[in-house]
Design a protein around this ligand. Structure first.
Ligand code: NAI
Length: 783
């Protein structure tokens, strides 16, 4: 017996398209422009034309940005409750028109109606409800923050409406106005959403939607009137955007590609794991950034598991996406089909075994690809490393949990992962070891507005959803109060260090690498003079090799990341104590270098800052979310890894401590380039560190040219983030540009300095957010 067809009616959606004349202009300032310079949007299931859309020009983008700018103050001024009511109205309208949206999405994208109806649309509504809530609570829960301003949002075609909701809901809740660009293949639900905005009472200019290809995206990215960019799409374009925005001061969040591991241990419920895998790699035809595209199965059950999997694949139904009983729909476009076919063919030529269900009938029209399982690929093969973005699973085996983790992390990406085992200890042992923003335990592809989503490494940075997602659209008010220029002591009037200055002797401070003082590789040093021109000493002239050594030492110091927060707090308190004990000496050194009159105050502030971050170390707890699924999501703040820091020139002790302490408080290891002009306060810290139980390799210090050393840090593939706060606008722009190579996170101060004495400017959760990344671990609970 076979299934009969169970098609969902497309009457309403087709009627809506007819009503619109099947031609769409742009939605700017709550009005539609005349459709011009049209491009086609086809139904991928049959290749037929659905509608035509306008290719926006940069003039159009200008007008959209201007409209958004005009509308922003009033939207912000509406207050949390005012915005909450409108977001709530959007949520209600999305629910009311869910069927129309679901069918339109299926027609436009090719994904099955089962998915658009049961996954995309409920999640879309949930996002607007949830963020209506944040708008309502904004004054209370995000006090001390303001909206970023005008945000540019660019999304891909795989979840057209859901990605819109992920972007639009938090931006609106926080009080921003928007210029939004859907993907060129799939803009129709965004057009319908524009109508919903009008119905929901979104004021003119608050949401603007411009359609077109990458050129429109580029115009948004480069527009000076945009304060923040949120992008989801390919890693390649993410990189281009990072480079294009370097030095612009625009806030940026990137949600990029993935090659997520799906780990099955021998004690897993294998049948449940097979179903999980179906949801993981065949959901949306595998066109999912977090698709579990790499199966890692324990050798002892490999054969059994793969047999079950092949049997399940044989039962997957591929066909009309509007048929309610189909599992697999059409691919978004023939281009995607050709890309996937090319990668699978290469694997076949390389001798891999390619399994595709024999009974899978591919329709003649449209773009399709059968569910595919590849075995026998080497770990370095293209199919094992590249994001295929199709219904193609690559399977490998492992013997031990350690090997599973090693294979799981053998990728440049770090978006998501699945762990299947009935052993809770094993699951919770493996979860923290996987370098990915999301870990699903005994489940797959679960999403919720309350649980942040986003990647590690080349999967991008920033989170969507949850409290952390709101911060992406907010700016601390303290950022606005920064001084116009760095606070540098008045050199001219400074008194020369006393003639009895104990530092007047000629000595060369070495570098500090792996807890040891090290001679610079180049054997050069530079003279350091005081504010009065007096020679104070020499410091090593660090070079690329020294940075490499320091990064290697930092990499090895993993014990610090694994240490308890309590332990890290103790060490920070101890550093403060030892610094205070030598306070007078440090104050004299600061005075001699900078001529500062408030040198004692700076030492005191540095001691207090160490206490401040020691206090935070064991209080920066994560959250436990209770999403609608039966489970809990534990959101943990994890260290990023190795952070390269270029410390401020001014306040050579306080500036250094203000950046290093929060970074190490949450478990990072750092390579620091201290104040180029006044490095001796940092080199004097070596002994303080040595006597404070700080393990070797946690803090590494390389003195020398800030520009040159920053460049090396920014291009080093083993540095996970780079912070530059030495007041050099050109230098900050350069590290942002260079960071695009391995998509490191950056935190730069630009030319605008920071008052390092102010806890509001140098402390708080914003700094902690720069020092950490959130990992969401989904755990079954109460099922
Ligand atoms: P893409 O990254 O080119 O497109 C995503 C969005 O960015 C679209 O709206 C596009 O118009 C826009 N865009 C393109 N070039 C731009 C530029 N220079 N500046 C600003 N915006 C720009 O992704 P595409 O071409 O649709 O897919 C190519 C591959 O990327 C896929 O096969 C897949 O491997 C990967 N991909 C990954 C996604 C993810 O969520 N991780 C989503 C979509 C694609």
């Amino acid at each position: 017996m076979d299934y009969g067809p169970a098609p969902e009616s497309q009457k309403e959606a087709q009627a809506w398209l007819d009503q619109q004349g099947r031609k769409f202009g742009l939605f700017i300032d709550n009005a539609w422009t005349e459709p011009t310079d049209l491009f086609a949007s086809n139904n991928p299931a049959d290749g037929k034309l659905l509608a035509e859309l306008t290719q926006a020009t940069s003039e159009d983008v200008n007008r959209a940005v201007e409209a958004a700018r005009r509308a922003q103050p009033a939207w912000q001024g509406l207050g949390g409750h005012g915005r909450a009511k409108i977001l709530y109205a959007i949520a209600r309208l999305m629910q009311k028109h869910a069927r129309l949206f679901a069918v339109l999405e299926t027609l436009d994208n090719g994904k099955t109606i089962r998915e658009t109806r049961d996954a995309d649309l409920p999640l879309v509504a949930r996002h607007f409800y949830y963020h209506a809530g944040w708008a309502q609570l904004q004054d209370e829960e995000f006090a001390g923050h303001r909206p970023v301003g005008v945000v540019g949002q660019i999304v891909p075609w795989n979840f057209p409406l859901l990605m819109l909701a992920w972007k639009v809901a938090p931006a609106l809740a926080a009080g921003n106005t928007i210029v939004f660009k859907p993907a060129e293949f799939t803009s129709l639900t965004a057009m319908l959403f524009a109508h919903i905005c009008v119905q929901a009472g979104v004021p003119a200019g608050v949401v603007n939607i411009v359609t077109g290809d990458g050129r429109v995206g580029e115009a948004i990215v480069k527009h000076e009137g945009i304060d923040k960019l949120a992008f989801t799409g390919s890693t390649e374009v993410g990189r281009i955007i990072r480079e294009a925005t370097a030095g612009s001061g625009k806030k940026l969040s990137l949600e990029l590609g993935g090659k997520s591991p799906f780990i099955v241990f021998e004690d897993a419920d294998l049948d449940a794991a097979v179903e999980g895998l179906v949801d993981s790699i065949w959901f949306n035809q595998g066109q999912v950034c977090c698709a579990g595209s790499r199966l890692l199965v324990q050798e002892s059950v490999e054969e059994r598991f793969l047999a079950k999997l092949r049997a399940r694949m044989d039962n997957l139904r591929l066909g009309s996406p509007l048929d309610k009983s189909m599992d697999i729909g059409a691919l978004v476009d023939p281009i995607q089909q050709q890309r996937i076919a090319g990668l699978v063919e290469t694997a076949r030529c390389e001798g891999c075994d390619v399994y595709q269900p024999a009974g899978c009938v591919i329709p003649t029209d449209g773009s399709w690809f059968p569910p595919t399982l590849i075995t026998g690929a080497s770990t370095s093969a293209a199919v094992a490393q590249a994001e295929i973005f199709g219904p193609v699973l690559v399977a490998m085996s492992f013997r031990t949990p350690a090997e599973a983790v090693q294979l799981a992390n053998n990728t440049v990406y770090g978006l998501a992962s699945c762990v299947w085992t009935e052993n809770i200890s094993l699951a919770l042992d493996v979860a923290p070891a996987i370098k990915a923003g999301v870990v699903w335990i005994n489940t797959a592809n679960q999403f919720d507005a309350a649980c942040g989503f986003g990647g590690y490494r080349e999967s991008g940075y920033g989170r969507e959803g949850g409290r952390e997602g709101m911060y992406e659209y907010l700016v601390p008010l303290s950022e606005d109060q920064r001084p116009a220029a760095p606070v540098v002591a008045d050199k001219g009037k400074a008194k020369a260090a006393a003639s009895a200055d104990p530092f007047a002797i000629d000595r060369t401070a070495k570098l500090y690498i792996g807890g040891k003082q090290a001679r610079p590789d180049g054997a050069y040093s530079r003279a350091i003079h005081g504010a009065d021109g007096k020679f104070l000493g020499e410091v090593g002239e660090g070079n690329r090799k020294d940075i490499r050594n320091a990064v290697e030492a930092a990499h090895k110091a993993t014990g610090w990341t694994k240490a308890t927060a309590h332990n890290r707090a103790q060490v920070l308190f101890y550093i403060a104590e030892n610094l205070a004990a030598r306070g007078a000496e440090f104050a004299e050194r600061i005075a001699a270098q900078t001529g500062a009159k408030n040198a004692e105050k700076e030492v005191q502030a540095a001691v207090e800052r160490l206490f401040y971050w020691a206090a935070w170390a064991d209080k920066y707890d994560g959250l436990a979310h209770q999403p609608p699924m039966h489970g809990i999501t534990v959101a943990l703040n994890e260290a990023i890894g190795v952070i390269g820091i270029v410390a401020p020139n001014e306040n050579p002790l306080l500036g250094f401590i203000s950046l290093v302490a929060p970074a190490i408080a949450v478990g990072n290891r750092v390579v620091v380039v201290p104040s180029e002009a006044h490095p001796l306060s940092a080199t004097d810290l070596y002994q303080v560190f040595d006597t404070s139980d700080l393990p070797g390799g946690v803090v590494n210090i390389v003195t020398g040219s800030a520009d040159e050393l920053a460049r090396t840090l920014a291009t080093h593939s083993d540095v996970d983030a780079i912070w530059r706060h030495d007041g050099s606008a050109a230098g900050c722009a350069e590290v942002e540009r260079l960071s695009a190579g391995s998509l490191k996170r950056t935190w730069t101060g630009g030319a605008k300095g920071r008052d390092w004495f102010s806890t509001a400017q140098a402390g708080g959760r914003t700094v902690l957010a720069h020092a950490s990344q959130v990992k969401n671990i989904w755990i079954p609970y109460g099922v």
